[in-house]
Design a binder for this molecule. Structure first.
Ligand SMILES: [Zn+2]
Length: 318
């Protein structure tokens, strides 16, 4: 029997319930939605979570599409899922946890007696620590972004090879292999010996069905690739970036992009112009380094110095 919060599943069963993470402002219990899929046969455990950034709902779309297709009688091992991590942010469609104005994916491994975000991080980190593999579903917030998978432990980490293998198995086509900031789940869990990836499923306001489909395929690739389900995974060559250049606006006004997401750019290629509201050009920005046009702001209006776009650089294939 596997019990997570109020969800208990015998081998061959699925159970859903709530994982208590404290109390809300109304004095009632706050519980994250959890699911346990306990396979009929022994095996490893996958921990899957979504919406640790509360506006990143594509991961919730993945979870809601994967769970109905997971038959525990076909499964070896178990899958433990938290469907919404940043509970308070998700309720109001915000990126950060509004209770403490914190980005939850900087609070790992968390603290059971700490702030709201630290408590949620601690409760979910306990599930991650019990797993053999961790998949933390994200997206480029509400910006526009390609689908990619992040490896955040750093290339010198003892688990780097395993994290990279997990990213290749998930298989979005692109990997960003760059050490992440302190407090990220995908940075912290490898220190405890657990291969972890952070798939970034595009960027959207609300659901993006194409990004969700890539996430669903990625989860099933992991389940097959690591022996939870029968069947082979066709490993496809991934484009890996180990550098990530961010571009800001040299002038305020309206951004006009000269490249599309996923385009290859060379040094000196035009990335975007900034015009005034009457269309007169104020600035032209070109690529500093060759790479892939990775992410861009959604709204066209920018202030001087404000974020505009990112290019994944130092490319190879893996
Ligand atoms: Zn995120």
């Amino acid at each position: 029997m596997i019990t997570v919060g109020t969800a208990s599943a015998e081998p061959g069963e699925v159970a859903t319930g709530r994982l208590e993470v404290g109390e809300g402002r109304d004095g009632g219990t706050v519980g994250l939605p959890v699911a346990v899929v306990n396979g009929a046969r022994d095996g490893d455990r996958l921990y899957l979570q979504a919406a640790s950034d509360g506006d990143e709902v594509n991961g919730v779309g993945v979870v809601s599409r994967v769970l109905p297709r997971l038959d525990p009688t076909d499964l070896a091992g178990s899958v433990v899922v938290v469907g919404v991590v940043n509970y308070h942010g998700f309720l109001v469609g915000e990126h950060r946890n509004p209770i403490d104005d914190t980005k939850l994916n900087r609070a790992y491994p968390g603290d059971h007696q700490g702030t709201s975000s630290e408590r949620i991080a601690a409760a979910t980190y306990a599930l991650a620590s019990d797993a053999d593999l961790v998949v933390d579903l994200h997206q480029g917030s509400t910006s526009r972004m390609i689908e990619e998978v992040r490896v955040r432990c750093g290339r010198r980490h003892r688990l780097h090879r395993e994290c990279l293998k997990l990213a290749r198995t998930f298989g979005c086509g692109y990997i960003l292999d760059q050490k992440g900031p302190d407090g990220q789940l995908a940075r912290v869990a490898p220190d405890d010996g657990i291969p972890t990836i952070d798939p970034e499923l595009g960027g959207s306001v609300g659901f993006d069905d194409d990004s969700i489909a890539k996430g669903v395929a990625g989860v099933f690739n992991v389940l097959r690739g690591y022996g939870f389900l029968e069947g082979a995974v066709e490993m496809e060559e991934q484009t890996r970036a180990t550098g990530f250049d961010q571009y800001g606006a040299p002038a305020g006004g309206i951004v006009d992009f000269r490249v599309d997401l996923g385009d290859r750019v060379s040094r000196g290629d035009p990335l975007f112009t900034v015009t005034d509201v009457f269309g007169a050009t104020k600035a032209r920005v070109t690529a500093d380094s060759p790479g892939v046009f990775w992410r861009s702001r959604r709204l066209p209006q920018v202030a001087s110095g404000e974020y505009v776009c990112s290019v994944g650089t130092d490319l190879d294939t893996c």
